[in-house]
Design a protein around this ligand. Structure first.
Ligand SMILES: [Zn+2]
Length: 176
C-alpha cells in the first residue's frame, strides 16, 4: 500500500489484528522511506452470522460471550488469555466462513467444544458439562473416560489431584 505522506510505492505491515468478531483485519503499516506509520482496515466481506438461541430468539454474534464461557472453563488452567482471544476470533471467522446468515447457539457450542478439546481437556469437560448439560452421570462419565483414554493414548499424565474438576453451569439459559 502506498504511503500517504511521502508517496513511496510500498509500505510494510508491522502488525495485523482481527477485530469486530473476525469481520475486519486491522493492519499497522510503516513506511520505510519516511517512517510514517498508519492503520488500515480491511473487511473480510463475511460478517459473523446471527445466533439462533435455544428458545428460537435471534441475537447478534457476541464474541464476548464466547470469551466469557471459555474463560470460565479455563479458570486456573494453564491457558493464556491470548489463546482464548484467538479461539474466539477463530470461532467468528469459522462460522462466518459457513456463509450462512444464521447459526444455532448449539452449533457454536459444538465448535467451541471441539476447539477446547484440543486446547485443554479439563476446560473442555467443564465447558461440555455446562454446554451440553449432560443428561446424567453416565453420560458425563463416559465423556470424561473418553477424554482420559485419548490422553493416555498420547502418553500424557493425569491432572493433579487438587484440580477442581467440572463446574456446574450458572445460568443454563442460553449457553454460549
Ligand atoms: Zn512515506
Amino acid at each position: 500500500m502506498k504511503c500517504g505522506v511521502c508517496g513511496a510505492a510500498d509500505t510494510r505491515v508491522i502488525d495485523s489484528r482481527v477485530i469486530k468478531d473476525g469481520a475486519e483485519i486491522r493492519r499497522r503499516r510503516h513506511c520505510d522511506a519516511c517512517s510514517h506509520r498508519f492503520t488500515t482496515y480491511e473487511r473480510s466481506g463475511e460478517a459473523p452470522p446471527v445466533v439462533i438461541k435455544k428458545d428460537g430468539r435471534r441475537e447478534p454474534w457476541d464474541r464476548e460471550k464466547i470469551m466469557r464461557g471459555v474463560s470460565r472453563a479455563c479458570e486456573k488452567r494453564p491457558v493464556p488469555v491470548s489463546r482464548i482471544e484467538r479461539l474466539a476470533d477463530e470461532a467468528g471467522r469459522a462460522l462466518a466462513g459457513l456463509g450462512e446468515a444464521e447459526v444455532s447457539a448449539e452449533r457454536i457450542g459444538e465448535w467451541v467444544m471441539a476447539a477446547l478439546r484440543d486446547l485443554d481437556e479439563v476446560a473442555y469437560v467443564r465447558f461440555a458439562s455446562v454446554y451440553r448439560s449432560f443428561k446424567g452421570l453416565d453420560e458425563f462419565v463416559s465423556e470424561v473416560t473418553e477424554v482420559i483414554g485419548q490422553r493416555q493414548a498420547r502418553g500424557e499424565t493425569a491432572p493433579e489431584p487438587g484440580d477442581p474438576g467440572p463446574v456446574a453451569g450458572e445460568d443454563g439459559e442460553d449457553g454460549c
